[in-house]
Ligand binder design. Structure first.
Ligand code: NAD
Length: 262
């Protein structure tokens, strides 16, 4: 069995930056055609330009707010029109907002849940018809160790990331007879803009130093006090995308330097 993504058509949301960008890079290195779907079109375009220069695969930029049904449908349609079909979706766009529950602004709770959960639902809903029609497809959700664990201040994020496990499992059951697979990647802390932003915020909320946030709160539970890297996560995303059978569906894989073990 070979794990091959050559000429496969992939949509990765939130891929102008961070983990999504690293996944796009890995897929293009494997010969895939990758749509960089992001809220920020300019950043998506510069990522696509960078990846087209890298090859051997190719990339296109798509403006997409994953919480907007019309933008999701239009973006998916544009990719299918350009490349003929959709083989892989990585639903990766996400944000983080931290507060204790009693101080959590309701509008921020709704915003976070919408990006992670509505985004996962709407993008899946839009790509599944293409995948069913061709009898194959892989949908990958970017979960987190917080799909399985909880941390103080992260009520909305932990709720959303737990929810994605349920969505992935339902899609894998509905997709089984059509060859549509669905899995979740659960990274530990990865140093991206999303995490850099949290370090001073958590230090303030918890009344500790930034060094303590990194070494105790973020990495205290790992086996080696190391951050997971974007490349680590991208390699797992490659396996889930390229694995050719339903043997690997409905699963969640933790990539976290042993922070969470199951
Ligand atoms: P990041 O901030 O570097 O990148 C997120 C990207 O999502 C950005 O390009 C942003 O423009 C885009 N985005 C935000 N809202 C969007 C929307 N409504 N529609 C479309 N795009 C939108 O973050 P990251 O760390 O690379 O996170 C990517 C995913 O990985 C998220 O789902 C996050 O929860 C998850 N994750 C991150 C870590 C970590 O430690 N960094 C750990 C576990 C899981």
């Amino acid at each position: 069995m070979s794990l091959d993504l050559k000429d496969k058509t992939c949509i990765i949301t939130g891929s102008a930056s961070g983990i999504g960008k690293a996944i796009a890079k890995r897929y293009v290195a494997g010969g895939a055609k990758v749509a960089i779907a992001d809220l920020k079109l300019e950043d998506a375009q510069s990522t696509a330009d960078e990846l087209n220069a890298q090859g051997p695969g190719s990339a296109m930029a798509v403006k997409m707010d994953v919480t907007d049904e019309d933008q999701v449908n239009a973006g998916v349609k544009a990719v299918a029109e350009k490349w003929g079909t959709i083989d892989v979706l990585v639903s990766n766009a996400g944000i983080q907002i931290v507060h204790p529950v009693e101080d959590f602004p309701f509008k921020d709770w709704k915003k976070l849940l919408s990006i992670h959960l509505d985004g996962g639902f709407l993008t899946s809903k839009a790509v599944i018809p293409y995948m069913k029609k061709q009898g194959a497809g892989s949908i990958i959700f970017m979960g987190s160790v917080h799909s399985k664990e909880a941390s103080a201040l992260k009520s909305a994020y932990v709720t959303a990331k737990h929810g994605l496990l349920g969505l992935a499992r339902v899609i894998s059951k509905e997709g089984g007879k059509y060859g549509v697979r669905s899995n979740v990647i659960c990274p530990g802390f990865v140093k991206t803009p999303l995490v850099e932003k949290q370090i001073p915020e958590q230090a303030k909320d918890l009344g500790i130093s930034e060094e303590e946030v990194v070494n105790d709160v973020m990495l205290g539970g790992t086996v080696d006090t190391e951050f997971t890297t974007v490349e680590d996560v991208a390699e797992v995303a490659y396996i889930f995308a390229a694995f050719p059978t339903n043997a690997l569906t409905g699963q969640s894989l933790v990539v976290s330097h042993g922070w969470y073990m199951n």
